[in-house]
Design a protein around this ligand. Structure first.
Ligand code: ATP
Ligand code: MG
Length: 434
């Protein structure tokens, strides 16, 4: 039997199969997985990394701090090259009782396979990133907050030959300055009070990838030390005498333009070119609106499953609002907006504008697009636009404690206009606030 051929012939069917199908090479390297597994990447990796134990039929695994039980027919088919696993993935997650640390939304593993990006810019980005993944070059990923820098960094790691090594992510702005050096480079017992014999992150990440997030907040003196480490390819623990060889690819990230950060004196020029052998700029979500639909769909599916409610469609006007928003918080913001909308739409058949969070409605209008687009808004949709406006007025009035002057100001309209709209929507505030 040629498993690969069977899968190829039935790809669509297998993708819609409501059980997880995972195809690995004999050594556990993931070859293919169906959509069901995309939401449970952690389990896919647990299987991949415990392949020899699984072949012996062991059913319970400790993996990255959690327990997985898979005693329900783990391996079904194998040929000379592949192992095919058929699993009820959702049941495995339920068995974890109360943990959700394996969900990809909370620190799961990301690969290019589950990175959503239909837009041309993202397709090109992924194509380039895959090429860079094959090399050992250091990479700087920059782009606005929430745009996906970390998941791209992870995807590069798991695409590279270092995938069996560790992916160590460290947020440079979160590490206390006085501990930074020992955390990065390690320490020798007794060299300062409380110091232990400890490996630094570069040693731990050796053979893998170290992800230096917010590199522009690393103090200058440490940047000089980092530069030395990169040049020499070795680290010396604080208080140590030995130079330890390290072999980790460095992927750095920042929210700012890297060259501006050099100009501002936040990043050393010489370090920038050591860290940024390759630069990857992640475009903000508003510049790749083709991704909004697929991302929204994906998050709806994921959040509904997490909350145990049925998956619902998003109506047209919501799409229009999504297309017109600036998404300053990018994909992360979209994820949060969807999560709250899924909860609010619990008892509705679809997600409509009423279910969107008020803060989101405040930053968006359905009419930001060109005139033609506005003209295209049909009458049935107009009603919803009015609902949005009404909700927004109520929201701002509540926020101002019913003070119309203040509310008009935050709404950006005249008090007179507000009064007119309140009349139209039958919104009342108590007499003394008028
Ligand atoms: N292309 C994508 N496909 C699926 N999920 C995505 C994608 N891009 C971002 N996300 C989701 O958005 C969230 C934010 O992504 P990520 O943490 O990588 O952003 P970031 O650029 O590192 O943000 P920050 O600058 O704030 O650290 C993640 O939880 C991830 O699930
Ligand atoms: Mg990040």
């Amino acid at each position: 039997m040629d498993i690969k051929a069977i899968l190829r012939q039935n790809r669509d069917f297998f993708n819609s199969f409501n059980r997880g199908l995972l195809l690995t090479e004999l050594d556990g390297r993931i070859f293919w997985k169906n959509k069901e597994f995309d939401n449970y990447m952690e389990i896919a990796y647990m299987i991949s990394e415990n392949i020899s134990k699984l072949k012996e039929g062991l059913g319970t695994f400790e993996y990255e701090g959690g327990r997985f039980e898979i005693n329900k027919v783990p391996i079904l088919f194998s040929d000379e090259k592949y192992l095919l696993f058929i699993l009820d993935v959702s049941e495995i997650v339920d068995a974890r009782s109360g943990h959700d640390s394996y969900m990809r939304s909370s620190g799961g593993k990301y690969t290019f396979d589950n990175l959503i990006g239909r837009s041309e810019v993202m397709q090109k980005l992924v194509e380039d990133a895959k090429k860079v993944a094959m090399t050992d070059s250091n990479i700087i990923i920059h782009g606005e907050t929430g745009s996906g820098k970390e998941i791209i960094a992870q995807s590069i790691h798991y695409e590279s030959s270092r995938r069996k090594g560790k992916f160590i992510a460290v947020n440079c702005s979160a590490v206390p300055e006085n501990l930074m050096e020992s955390i990065f480079f390690g320490s020798v017992k007794g060299v300062f009070s409380g110091a232990e014999n400890k490996k630094g992150l570069f040693e731990i990440a050796s053979g893998g990838t170290i992800f230096l997030d917010e590199i522009n907040s690393m103090p200058m003196n440490l940047q000089a030390k980092l530069l030395r480490v990169i040049q020499e390819g070795t680290v010396r623990r604080i208080g140590g005498t030995e130079e330890v060889k390290i072999d980790s690819r460095i992927i750095s990230a920042m929210n700012m333009n890297p060259f501006d950060e050099v100009d501002k004196g936040k990043v050393r020029n010489d370090l920038l070119y050591r860290l940024g052998v390759v630069f990857i700029k992640v475009p903000p979500l508003r510049e790749r609106i083709d991704d909004i639909g697929p991302l929204a769909e994906y998050f709806i599916k994921m959040k509904s499953r997490k909350l145990g409610i049925g998956v619902k469609p998003v109506n047209k006007i919501v799409y229009q609002l999504f297309m017109n928003n600036d998404w300053e918080g990018n994909v992360r913001q979209l994820e949060h907006v969807i999560e709250s909308a899924v909860v609010m739409a619990r008892y509705s058949s679809e997600i409509n504008a009423e279910h969107l969070p008020a803060y989101f409605l405040k930053t968006t209008t359905a009419s930001k697009g060109s005139k033609n687009e506005i003209e295209l808004v049909q009458d049935s949709l107009k009603h919803e636009l009015e609902t949005i406006e009404k909700n927004r007025i109520i929201f701002d009035l509540e926020n101002s404690g019913g003070n119309m002057t203040a509310a008009a100001k935050t709404l950006g309209i005249s008090r007179q206009n507000l009064y007119k709209k309140m009349k139209k929507y039958d919104i009342k505030v108590s007499e003394q606030n008028k």
